[in-house]
Write a protein that binds this ligand. Structure first.
Ligand code: HEM
Ligand SMILES: [Cu+2]
Length: 642
């Protein structure tokens, strides 16, 4: 510990060399297939989710082209059904949620001062499952066998006697397969955020983004089983003659809807909460102050996570349930706007009190606030059941949820992409390109979706592949279509901007924005071990806090350098006191093999090749056994090195 280097003044050269050696990831195919590095896995989630976004976006463009004029024949009704179902299903399950998992994977360990996620191999496994499940679902489209019953796949239309072919089997099996990934990811986030925080990062110093991810992860753990149960029963109904949802056999159609929305409503917040977390993370750098009312925001995040489980029936106001239940769910739906409102007001106050730096990420945050608030207003209108009954299943609904999802998830994600691009790629983006992307996407969004409120009020139903010429429909439909091309152009420019940055961007410094959280104290892009010294945190804004910065540069003791192996620190859940050092796993093929065996299993189930499915189960079991076999030395949980 005598010599110092420019990157980490407190650490000796031989410490750095040892860290680099223990965490090394050579550039080889093998390393590529076996990596467990959360940064690489996070990047893969982002790229793969963006790819599925492009596919879902292209489906939307085809739909909008078909709907530009009345009675056009770009696609057949059967194709249209598959297009809107794959569009919605992919946007929700294969883009929005995994994209946020990508941000979470890349950022959570960096923000809390850890060297990886708690279960790096489970993390790699989760990514491979996501990739395979996504390909599994999209691969059905060229065969004309894609899901075709809307993203919420209502019974009884999802039953085999009404919907023969593989369509809904792809839906049920694809979502069950994907659910494995989402559940594994959620558990990993919870344990990581509870056990791997840097010493001193007590619960009241946890970044808001990490709070949002953890709240989301808890919601996933509680909400997803309802969807899984729904899909398992659906598959049994279709293949093995049960009658869970088939009234002619004593089943119940509404059971599908209840279970779907017990998952589905929280899912809206599963998408929006982490996106709101991105907003809270981006704002400090561009307002030059911490976000106002930290504790209130944390409380509102937790409140949203809990209340969102109590409002699912507002998706079922047209089903003829007892009136009294409508009143209850209508009230609960109004109440949930309060915590969302608290966050909006906190951000507005932050912007008013801070010094605004109008760069691209802040533009997208402002675009988010405007759009999301409008979506919130129409949402509050639905809580009035009489109004809901009038506009349900019309384009008014399509307008509303795109305001919420594009405003509340896509714009924050774009803010996050521009904000963290320097950290992720080590390159700065082009500001002018970014501004063009923002203005095109923002204008395009409103030109596309604002008119849908009108066509909806004029009675145009959703999910129709074409319509008769009707006053108020033709003109506004055409406007929507023009808008969707503007929006697509804006999103294309985002892609161009990212490629441009990676190819030509100027090298990014460690902290180009003077951000306040720990990721900005690492190199851009970060070394495989993230932190040469595990930082000691003294405030909510560690990178602005001289004492935290000092703790990573001077007096770096062996128990925080941990250079004797692939190690990181475990701390206590509430106040983050140092507990022990733990050895992290090496790269491994097992995650890929396990995910591959599951892909074989689900494909065999889909094609009714049951003997192959049984074989795949055996491979899955063998891989899990090999995975869990105690192979490492029992000193994995080390005392602190002295
Ligand atoms: C990128 C621009 C987008 C365009 C132009 C677009 C367009 C459309 C259109 C025209 C429909 C209605 C289809 C119909 O009812 O006939 C639709 C449905 C839908 N969209 Fe989008 N959309 C876009 C982005 C998104 C995003 C980002 C999300 C979610 C994160 C999303 C989620 C959905 C869902 C869930 C449906 C309902 C599908 C169903 O009825 O089952 N969309 N979209
Ligand atoms: Cu809802």
């Amino acid at each position: 510990m005598s010599t110092t280097t420019s990157t980490a003044p407190g650490v000796g050269r031989d410490d750095l060399a040892r860290l680099a050696e223990h965490w090394a990831e050579p550039r080889s195919l093998r390393a590529w297939l076996t990596t467990v590095d959360h940064k690489k896995i996070g990047r893969r989630y982002l790229v793969t989710a963006a790819f599925f976004f492009v596919l879902a976006g292209l489906s939307a463009l085809v739909m909008r082209t078909q709907l530009a004029r009345p009675e056009s024949g770009v696609v057949s009704p059967q194709e249209y059904n598959q297009l809107f179902t794959m569009h919605g299903t992919a946007m929700i399950f294969l883009f929005a949620t995994p994209m946020l998992f990508g941000f979470g994977n890349f950022l959570v360990p960096l923000m809390i001062g850890s060297r990886d996620m708690a279960f790096p191999r489970l993390n790699a496994f989760g990514y491979w499952v996501f990739l395979f499940a996504g390909l599994f679902m999209w691969a059905s489209l060229p065969f004309g066998a894609a899901p075709n019953n809307g993203w919420f796949a209502y019974a009884p239309l999802n039953q085999v006697q009404h919907n023969p072919g593989l369509h809904m089997d792809v839906y049920a099996l694809g979502l069950l397969f994907l659910g494995i990934s989402t559940t594994a990811g959620a558990i990993n986030f919870i344990v990581t955020a509870l056990k791997l925080r840097a010493p001193g990062m007590s619960l009241n110093r946890v970044p808001l983004f990490v709070w949002a991810i953890v709240a989301t992860a808890f919601m996933v753990v509680f909400a997803l089983p309802a969807l899984n149960a729904d899909n398992a029963m659906l598959f049994f109904d279709r293949r093995f003659g049960t009658h869970f949802f088939d009234p002619s056999g004593g089943g119940n159609v509404l059971l599908w809807q209840h279970l779907f929305w017990i998952f589905g409503h929280p899912d809206v917040y599963i998408i929006v909460l982490p996106a709101l977390g991105i907003v809270s993370a981006v704002l400090p750098a561009f307002t030059r102050r911490g976000v106002v009312a930290y504790s209130l925001i944390v409380l509102s995040i937790v409140a949203i996570a809990i209340i969102s489980f109590g409002v699912w029936v507002h998706h079922m106001f047209a089903t003829g349930l007892p009136q009294l239940s409508y009143s209850f769910f209508s009230a609960a739906s109004t109440v949930i706007t309060i915590p969302s409102g608290i966050q909006i007001f906190a951000w507005l106050a932050t912007m008013l009190l801070g010094r605004l730096v109008l760069r691209v990420p802040l533009l997208f945050v402002i675009g988010f606030v405007v759009t999301f608030v409008l979506g919130g207003v129409t949402g509050a209108m639905f809580a009035v059941t009489a109004f809901d009954q009038q506009v349900t299943d019309s384009y008014f609904v399509v307008a509303h949820f795109h305001y919420v999802l594009i405003g509340g998830a896509v714009f924050p994600m774009l803010a996050g992409i521009y904000y963290w691009l320097p950290k992720i790629t080590g390159r700065m983006y082009h500001e002018g390109l970014g501004r063009w992307a923002f203005w095109l996407a923002f204008t395009g969004m409103h030109v596309t979706f604002f008119p849908m409120h009108l066509t909806g009020l004029f009675g145009m139903p959703r999910r129709v592949y074409t319509y008769r010429s009707e006053p108020g429909w033709d003109g506004w439909s055409l406007v929507s279509t023009v808008g969707s091309y503007l929006l697509a152009l804006g999103l294309l420019l985002v892609l161009v901007g990212v490629v441009h940055a990676v190819r030509r961007g100027r090298p990014a410094p460690a902290d180009p924005w003077e951000g306040d959280s720990l990721e900005w104290s690492t190199a851009s892009p970060p070394e495989p071990y993230n932190f040469p010294v595990i930082p000691r945190v003294h405030s909510l804004h560690p990178t602005w806090d001289a004492r935290t910065v000092e703790s990573t540069t001077t007096g770096a003791t062996a128990d925080r350098v941990l250079s004797e192996g692939r190690r990181t620190l475990f701390t206590s859940e509430l106040d983050a006191r140092t507990e022990r050092a733990v050895e992290m796993p090496e790269p491994s093929f097992k995650p890929l093999v396990l995910a591959g065996a599951l892909l074989v299993f689900f494909t065999a189930m889909l094609l009714a090749a049951y003997p192959i499915a049984v074989l795949a189960v055996l491979v899955v079991a063998a891989t899990i056994a090999a995975w869990l076999w105690p192979s490492r030395r029992p000193d994995e949980e080390l005392g602190l090195a002295s």
